[in-house]
Each structure stands twice: as C-alpha cells, then as structure tokens.
Design a protein around this ligand. Structure first.
Ligand SMILES: Nc1ncnc2c1ncn2[C@@H]1O[C@H](COP(=O)(O)OP(=O)(O)OP(=O)(O)O)[C@@H](O)[C@H]1O
Ligand SMILES: O=C(O)[C@H](O)[C@@H](O)[C@H](O)[C@H](O)CO
Length: 179
C-alpha cells in the first residue's frame, strides 16, 4: 500500500516500567535494527530531577524531545533503521518526534497501573523511583487512531509481545524476508 510504507523508525512508547527498553531491545534484535534509548538523551539535570522523585515538566522535556527527533530524522533520512524506546507520553511530544513522517511509527505498550507497579517494584538498579508512576499515568495521553499506533498489551511474555508487534507491521517488511 502506498500510504503504508515500511517504517524506518519505530518508537516504542509507554509509561516508566511498561517495558520500553526490554521490548525495544528484543524488537530491534528481531528486526536486525539498532536500539536507541531516549533516556540516554536526557541532560543530567533531568535524570537528577527524576532520581530525586520529581516528575519532569514540559519545559524539561522539549529540548530532550527535539534532540531525539533530530536523531530519528538523521537515521531515517540516511536509509537506516532503528527502534527507539521513549516514553513520549503526550500527543504533543509525539508530534515533535514524528512530525508527520509516515516512515516513523509508534508502538504503544498498553498495561494496567497494577501490573506496571508490580514490575517496577521488582526492578533493580534503575534511577526512576516507583513513586513517579502516578505522575507518569497522569501525564499519559494514549495514542489516538489518527496516530496509527501499533498497540500491544504488555500482559504477556516478552517474546509474545515482540511477535504481536511484528505481526502488525506493514508487509512486505524487508527485514523479515531475510529470516
Ligand atoms: N513482558 C514482560 N514480562 C515480565 N517482565 C517484564 C516484561 N517486560 C518488562 N519486564 C520487566 O519490567 C521492568 C520494567 O521494564 P523496562 O525497564 O524495560 O521498562 P521501561 O519502560 O524501559 O522503563 P523506564 O522508562 O523506567 O526506563 C523490568 O524489570 C523488566 O525486566
Ligand atoms: O518523560 C519522562 O517522564 C521520562 O522519559 C521518563 O519516562 C523516564 O525517562 C523513563 O521512564 C525512565 O526510564
């Protein structure tokens, strides 16, 4: 379909603890793509703030999102592929990242607060305090149909979730034909 080209970049989005890094890394491996984590684009001040239990504001996030958008454009425009794990909680944030490109697509990791709280409580060695989960859900604007997201439930094994994403990707999907 001409209006549904194979994506160059997939943005795996969701609240803290929804599984962006875990699923994003496995999805990238499955596709033979690079994985990039949006957390690596935060200035130290943002990480310090979250580590201290304070949610980020829009003003904390705009420059961070613009830096990620520039990297997405660089990768997609050079014909490369990547999976980005990025919370991208609000529509306005995703508009910066996608800005109308039809080769940059959103994957939404959909899960209940209870399930995510359980996983975050069990997680070790991560700067994001579990106490910020409420603000993450308060900020979350689930992607609407017009954003054409690939939506997956995270109440499944990692392998099942990756399968459920790959099944939704537009076909023919070049990387899959290599398998
Ligand atoms: N499908 C799954 N089944 C069981 N555990 C999972 C699953 N997906 C992720 N986890 C676990 O849940 C925790 C949160 O996952 P992960 O760190 O990937 O989330 P994240 O969205 O990248 O979080 P953050 O945005 O805070 O960095 C991790 O301990 C991870 O191992
Ligand atoms: O927009 C945000 O509030 C941030 O991106 C957070 O989501 C964290 O960076 C991430 O969840 C921790 O890894």
């Amino acid at each position: 379909m001409t209006d549904d080209p194979a994506p160059q970049v997939l943005i795996v989005m969701g609240v803290s603890g929804s599984g962006k890094s875990t699923i994003g890394e496995q999805l990238a491996e499955r596709l033979g793509w690079a994985y990039r984590d949006a957390d690596d684009f935060h200035p130290p001040s943002n990480v310090e703030k979250m580590s201290a239990g304070q949610p980020l504001t829009d003003d904390d996030r705009w420059p961070w999102l613009r830096a990620i958008a520039a990297e997405i454009d660089r990768i997609a425009d050079s014909g490369d592929h990547a999976v980005f794990g990025c919370s991208a909680l609000k529509r306005a944030y995703r508009d910066i990242l996608v800005h109308g490109r039809d080769d940059v697509r959103i994957v939404y990791l959909d899960g209940s607060r209870a399930l995510i709280a359980e996983r975050v409580a069990a997680r070790k060695n991560h700067f994001m305090p579990p106490g910020l989960l409420d603000s993450q859900f308060a900020t979350l604007e689930k992607p609407g149909p017009d954003e054409r997201p690939f939506v997956v439930s995270i109440d499944a094994s990692v392998g099942q979730i990756v399968d459920a994403i790959v099944e939704q990707l537009p076909r023919p999907f070049p990387q899959q034909s290599l398998i």
